[in-house]
Design a protein around this ligand. Structure first.
Ligand code: MN
Length: 322
């Protein structure tokens, strides 16, 4: 049993026109990797040319306490939010929404003029937990179309969040973090310098890769604990992987529906505010109504202990070093 390999499970997203995604975080065996607390991977989905329905159609819904990271490998997605932003994201671009105290948004796949109608939809939706110092801030949104690459002959490495080997993304971050896309040619290998304090996750979004020789099957997420100075990614047949990292998140987390908080009462208040149509504002231009919040469970929600707690309360285990 390889506990470092997180296999995805299929989850139908909410809403009347739900799309099924592959979820690897949170996972039974792991809640977070650094501040990354949610990893959904979808597609490639091919559009039925006879249908007018978009492949992705997520009605307005609220968020608190997190950043949403939208990243595409194929297709286009239109974002609208209650702060007034309307932004189309394409492969290689970043849509980053910092929810802070509260925001609402909708997401729809589109086929804009000049794009092949046969284009598939393929991407990931990721969440970053905001630290306590940043989680109550006013909501805002960023679109980045010009992201930096780590110089490398063997791979195309795009840094969309945080820093990797001295290459820094312009996107706003609130705790140390890494989010990068690594594209490998058939037979390609790349060695990446890592921050020794970071834990990392490698998600094989297209094809499959190995991490220091350990396999990452398609759509799986492999976790590596802190203590490594570098990582070698390799692909036999060509692949695209996402590299996610950060220091183990050291605050308790309570995730329920689209909210990230710390206590039951905080989550219940956010849910109540959404149902009463206060705090989150309105998404203009979306054709349809907002998503209703599900009922709270009959028991009080309890936060998960910080990821670092395992390290201080567990048996004295040597820190893995390479
Ligand atoms: Mn959302």
């Amino acid at each position: 049993m390889d506990a470092s390999l997180l296999l995805p499970r299929d989850v139908p997203l909410g809403g009347p026109r739900a799309m099924t995604v592959r979820r690897t975080l949170p996972h039974r065996d792991r809640r977070t990797i650094g501040p990354w607390c949610f990893v959904d991977h979808y597609g490639p989905h091919h559009r039925d040319p006879s249908s007018v329905r978009p492949l992705m159609d997520v009605p307005p819904h609220p968020h608190t306490g997190l950043q949403t990271v939208s990243w595409l490998l194929d297709g286009e997605v239109l974002h609208r939010d209650s702060v007034g932003n309307v932004a189309t994201i394409r492969p290689g671009e970043l849509n980053l929404m910092t929810a802070g105290h509260g925001i609402a948004h909708s997401e729809e796949s589109i086929v804009s003029a000049g794009t092949s109608p046969a284009t598939a939809l393929h991407g990931v939706q990721l969440w970053v937990a905001l630290p306590d110092t940043a989680r109550h801030q006013q909501a805002h949104f960023e679109h980045h179309a010009d992201l930096p690459h780590v110089p490398n002959d063997a791979a195309t490495v795009t840094v969309f969040l945080g820093a990797l080997a001295g290459t820094v993304s312009p996107a706003a971050t609130y705790s140390p973090i890494l989010g990068a896309e690594v594209r490998l040619q058939p037979g390609g290998s790349v060695e990446l310098s890592l921050d020794i304090d970071f834990e990392h996750g490698v998600l094989a979004v297209q094809g499959e890769v190995t991490v220091d020789g350990d396999p990452v099957p398609h759509a799986a997420l492999r976790h590596q604990p802190p203590g490594r100075r570098s990582m070698i990614l390799h692909s036999e047949h060509g692949a695209t992987a996402l590299l996610l990292g950060g220091p183990p998140f050291d605050e308790p987390l309570l995730m329920w529906w689209n909210f990230v908080g710390r206590t039951h009462d905080e989550i219940a208040e956010a849910r109540n505010d959404w149902e009463k149509d206060v705090r989150f504002g309105h998404v203009h231009g979306y054709d349809g109504g907002p998503l209703p919040a599900p009922a709270l469970p009959p028991v009080r929600l309890r936060p998960h202990a910080p990821a670092t707690l395992d390290l201080v309360t567990g048996p004295a285990a040597p820190t893995p070093m390479s």
